[in-house]
Structures are given as C-alpha cells and as structure tokens.
Design a protein around this ligand. Structure first.
Ligand SMILES: [Zn+2]
Length: 206
C-alpha cells in the first residue's frame, strides 16, 4: 500500500484523479478492475468467475492486446462490464514527452472508445494528467492486489485484497499471464467472501 502521507500529498496535487467511490447510502459496494488484457483464456476465465456471482467489473484494456484479440474484447462488453483506456502500448510515463503520451492514449481510444483512463504503472505527471483529464476520468485505485508480482504469494495477494477492501474500494487485478498464478487462487475466494459480507460488485460508470 502507498505510504499514507505520500498518498495524501498525491491526492492534493492531482485533484482530478479518482481513488475510490464511497457510497452515500448504506450499501456496500466494491469496484473490481482488471488491467492489461485482453489475454486469451485468462480474460474469458475472469468473465466466467464474475458471472458466477453476478458481478460487474471494469477492464482497463491495452489497445495492442485488443488488436490481437478483438473477439475477447467484445466478450467483455457483451457481458455488460465497463471498459477503460490503458493506452495502446503500456509505456512508462517518465520516458515520454507529453505529446507522445497523449498520442498513445488517443491511439488506444480508436480501439476502446471509453471516457475512463488508467495510467500504466499508476504513474502520470501533472502536465499529462491535465491534458488527459480534459477528456477522460482518470481512475486510480485504493487496493492493490499485487497479483502481478512474483514476490507475492497467492495467500499474501488474497490478504492484500481482503484486509484493505471497504465500501467504495477500487481494487486492481490484472487479466495478464504474469498475474494468473495469483489471480486464479485469489479471485474466486474474493468474490465469494465479499459477496457473503454483503458487497455489491459494481462497474465504474461516469
Ligand atoms: Zn498496466
């Protein structure tokens, strides 16, 4: 998890970024998100798991993967989930000019067509954020599963999610090959456990 003081500082300099969606009624809602897909077999597996409990989620897709797997991207939308822009090529913001960054976002928009955006690696600089937020809602997260990390065991990954999730949490998973060893263990348990605790699984909408 991000250091609390640093996180407060970042929230102050980036007022446009969304970190969570606390409810204004008494319902408990959680916003599961899946980055870096679509990935053959893995994205379909995620869609099936979500369907078991009637969960809705948001997929921040990589346009270069949509280009290779257009049918899987259609499956995500057909299942009623939200999709968001995660750029075309998943480059590091610190290696790019603002113009190059925006070009990568706009190129992806041709494939994705969404007003939601999540920066690769969770890094975006103020000048880039200003340009992007004029046309997209920049969606960050409050709970990082670390499913992608080879240093994170499936058991630890599960705790990363269950210990930190509360009403309005935006949780990050990855429908990628790298994360699947953790995801295949964690996702079914998270869905059952949070459902039992009374959570509704919602997609992010504008
Ligand atoms: Zn990513």
């Amino acid at each position: 998890m991000m250091n609390f003081t640093l996180s407060k500082f970042i929230k102050r300099i980036f007022p446009d970024l969304i970190w969570s969606y606390p409810s204004s009624d008494n319902k408990k809602r959680v916003y599961l998100t899946f980055d870096d897909g679509p990935t053959p077999a893995i994205t379909q597996w995620v869609i099936e798991q979500l369907a078991i409990v009637g969960a809705q989620a948001t997929f921040f897709a990589l346009a270069k993967n949509i280009e290779q797997n257009p049918d899987i991207f259609e499956l995500i939308k057909a299942a009623g989930h939200a999709v968001g822009n995660h750029t075309y090529s998943h480059q590091k913001a610190w290696n790019m000019t603002t113009t190059e960054y925006i070009e990568d976002v706009d190129l992806a928009d041709n494939f994705i067509g969404s007003n939601l955006f999540r920066p690769p690696y969770g890094v975006i600089f103020p000048r880039q954020a200003k340009r992007v937020s004029s046309r997209y809602k920049i969606v960050m997260w409050s709970v990082l599963s670390r499913d992608y990390s080879c240093y994170c065991t499936p058991e630890q990954c599960l705790l990363n999610v269950l210990n930190w999730t509360k009403d309005g949490s935006i949780v990050v998973f990855h429908d990628s090959a790298k994360a699947f060893n953790n995801l295949k263990y964690v996702l079914p348990i998270v869905l059952q456990r949070l459902k039992k605790e009374g959570y509704e699984f919602c997609k992010i909408e504008l």
